[in-house]
Design a protein around this ligand. Sequence first.
Ligand code: HEC
Length: 122
Amino acid sequence: MKIAKSLLLGVLATAAMGLSSMERMPSSAAGTTVGGTTSTTATMIAQHPGKILAGNCFQCHGTNGKNGPWDSLAGKSASEIYAELKDLQTKTTGDEAIMGVHARSYTDEQLRQIADFFSKVR
Ligand code: HEC
């Protein structure tokens, strides 16, 4: 019973997060701006191929790289984010070790897609 209850709470919390992030999102993705609250995989890929990969970062860096517990990534330049990720790949201790694990999990091409995605979020 306890498990069922905490699962339900988790689902509700996730739904609430979805709603609050919707309020912050622009209603349309115009030009090179990406973001939004689309839930279908095909549309996400059409919006930006890096969006699905970047979803792994939302928990800590905020939905679309904004307003998370750690540094915002949205709107930073793609080359800066990519360079930081390459540097973080070498980290194995302290807070940066969290990022070491993440950064080492992607190919260079994927890191570039993720960096490009965050650079285009407004
Ligand atoms: C479990 C939490 C967590 C996840 C998931 C996570 N990060 Fe991080 N990230 C951190 C922490 C913690 C730091 C800060 C390390 C520090 O400042 O010492 C950080 C730092 C960074 C930095 C450096 C920012 C700066 O201003 O120095 C970048 C870039 C970054 N993360 C990108 C990403 C990307 C891209 C992803 C997804 C592939 C990701 N992170 C997923 C926790 C996370």
